[in-house]
Write a protein of this length. Sequence first.
Length: 223
Amino acid sequence: MSARDNMLSKIRATMGSPASDADRRRTVTARLATAPKGIIPDRAQLPEAEKVDLFCTMAEQFGATLARVNDYGDVASEVSGYLRARNLPAAIRRGADARLDKAGWETEKNLEIRHGASDGADLAGVSHATAGIAETGTVAMMSGQDNPTTINFLPEHHIVVLKAADIKGDMESVWAMVRENKGKSEMPRALNLITGPSRSGDIEQTILLGAHGPRALHVIVVE
C-alpha cells in the first residue's frame, strides 16, 4: 500500500466511511435520492389563501406591481391595461409556455405578440413563473424554450404570470416541487429567483432601478 492509500484508508476509518467503492457509491446514491430538508421558519407555514396574500404583500414591498385575476382568460386584458397605463407600445415578447396560450390573446386585437427569446429590443416581455415564494415575494423562473431567460432580464418591463396554486411558503418547497416535476435527469440549466425589479444602490447608496435588468416587474396572480 502506498503512503497515499494508507493516509486515505486512515481518513475513511476515522470518518466511518464504507470500505469498498461499491458501498460508497450506494451511500452517495441514497443521499442524493433523499435530499434532507432544512429548518423551515414558521413565517412560511400558512394556509394556502394566506400564503397567496403574503406573497402579494411581499412582492409589492420589494417594488413589484401586482394584479390578481380569476382565470387565464383575463391575463391578456391585464397585460394590455398595464401597457396602456404606462404609455408603452402594444407589443410583448413571450415564450412557448402552453399555459400562456390560454391567456385570451385573441381578445386583444391591437396587441402584437412576438414569440421566442428576446434580442434586447423588446420593451415588455411576458413569462410564466414556475412558482412563487410567499415569505419573500419571489418568483422562480425555470429556463428553457417555454420561458426564455432573456425575457427575464432584457425587456425594461417584465410581466410574470403566476398560478396561485404554485405559490409555496418557502424556497425549500420550490426546490422540492422542481425535483418532483422534473426529476434529476431533466432539471433546467437555470432557475432564476427574482424579487422585485432590478436595482442597485452602489453609487452613494441611491437606489437605481433597471441597473442590471428590468426596471419594472408586474406579477399577475391567476386565482
